[in-house]
Design a binder for this molecule. Structure first.
Ligand code: PMP
Length: 434
């Protein structure tokens, strides 16, 4: 059955299919970290629906919440009308919000994907400020619709100015750390304040506290605080895109909490729907300038996603899963770190909480600058992914140069499973390095 399904789907689906190209498996059952293929093989899934599955596959509290709605006779689709299910979701969501936003928050349900919420956030700050431009960062990923795509490096009508995102490993200033981040912050300041060639005052700034698709690059807390200060002093709303970093993944419920920064707007999706599609923009009440009908969309009220999301948010909060993510993440980084010295093809190991990235580099190619990193090696990253799959481990790829192997395991991963993931991954890297 597996071969037939793979053959038919690859003939019928668009050639853009991405995950299915690299991962020729046909999942038929899943629970927690484990996926079972139609051929009976079992895999440890560290792709987690691109970071969606905070509680892993088919967690009992999520299934129970969905069943409860189904069995209650509640409507499954009522556009954005108020329902008890929505009321419970909003209550739980507001309970988790960072202090400073929680008591003054408004929510706009968007639908159904992260990219929709990014578009809505752009619209909101444009309406609130009466300005048009957006500031975004190198290496960013905000989605695949027009405006969000532009902020991710695409081409469309939204005028986006891209500024340097701080990075340790490939720091454009060659210094990294807090110092490199401060230089990046000064660049942003100088662009904004350049009276002759700077950008006009923009409607907003959007950033990821940890870049995910960009290659798992955590922004230093100091840089985030500088961005808060730079935007606050110029009345530019700061939009934190926590689509991937939210719901405990980085070791805090929301990743901005590491730095204490309170954004004006937060874009949330993925894990907030507990495996089902759900996306919202949360923002401070004084930005709520929208007129009735200013933002619409048929699928802004997925009742099942709200119920699954309520159960997920509550489970993460009540069981301290963010703290667990922080603990397991630092254990994984400690164990994987030495691979840098061991294998010339491992350039960097980094992450925050259970967002982990391993950057593969070409050991033969000379660094672009003396003592700098070697060029990224997308072929080696792909080879590691393939070797992982052979060993029953599903990992994700990413990074500006597609050279980063990424792990996004569920926050419910056990100690034993963590060891199994580390063993298989290390084995796979060793196989590629040989
Ligand atoms: N923002 C971030 C930070 C993301 O990681 C993603 C998806 N990977 C998106 C936005 C877009 O979300 P979606 O794919 O649901 O449109």
């Amino acid at each position: 059955a597996q071969e037939g399904i793979l053959r038919r789907q690859s003939a019928r689906e668009s050639s853009a299919r991405t995950y299915a190209r690299a991962l020729p498996i046909v999942p038929v059952r899943a629970r927690g970290l484990t996926i079972e293929g139609a051929d009976g093989r079992r895999y440890l899934d560290c792709l987690s629906g691109a970071g969606t599955l905070a509680l892993g596959h088919n967690h009992p509290v999520v299934l129970e919440a969905i069943r409860k709605v189904l069995d209650s006779g509640a409507p499954l689709h009522v556009l954005d009308l108020a329902t008890p299910v929505k009321d419970a979701f909003t209550t739980e969501l507001f309970r988790t919000l960072p202090p400073g936003l929680a008591d003054r928050a408004r929510v706009q349900f968007c639908g159904p994907a992260g990219t929709d919420a990014v578009e809505a956030a752009f619209k909101l700050v444009r309406a609130a400020t009466g300005r048009t431009g957006m500031l975004a960062f190198t290496g960013a990923y905000h989605g695949m619709t027009a405006g969000a795509l532009e902020a991710s490096g695409g081409a469309c009508e939204v005028r986006v100015t891209r500024l340097p995102y701080p990075q340790d490993y490939r720091c454009p200033y060659g210094v990294g750390g807090e110092h490199g981040a401060e230089l990046a912050a000064r660049w942003t300041e100088s662009v904004l304040d350049d009276a002759k060639s700077g950008v006009p005052l923009p409607a907003g700034m959007i950033l990821e506290p940890v870049q995910g698709e960009g290659g798992v690059i955590p922004a230093p807390d100091g840089w985030l605080r500088r961005m808060r200060e730079i935007t606050a002093t110029r009345s530019i709303p700061l939009i934190a895109d926590e689509v991937q970093t939210g719901v405990g993944r980085t070791g805090r419920f929301w990743a901005v909490e590491h730095s204490g920064v309170v954004p004006d707007v937060m874009v949330l999706s993925k894990a907030i729907g507990g495996s089902l599609p759900l996306a919202v923009v949360v923002y401070r009440d004084d930005l709520d300038v929208w007129q009735p009908g200013a933002h619409a969309g048929t699928f802004r009220g997925n009742q099942l996603a709200m119920a699954a999301g309520t159960a997920t948010l509550a489970h993460v909060r009540e069981n301290g899963l963010a703290e667990r993510a922080e603990m397991l993440g630092s254990r994984m980084l400690t164990q994987l770190g030495p691979l840098i010295g061991e294998f010339a093809c491992v350039g960097d190991v980094r992450g925050r909480g259970l967002m982990i990235g391993i950057e593969m580099v070409d050991p033969e190619a000379p660094p672009a600058v003396a003592d700098g990193p070697r060029p990224a090696a997308p072929d080696l990253a792909t080879a590691v992914q393939r070797e992982c799959l052979r060993r029953g481990l599903i990992v994700e790829l990413g990074g500006r140069h597609a050279g980063v192997v990424r792990l996004l395991p569920p926050l419910t991963i056990t100690d034993e499973q963590t060891n199994a993931v580390l063993d298989r991954l290390t084995d796979a890297i060793e196989a590629v390095a040989r």
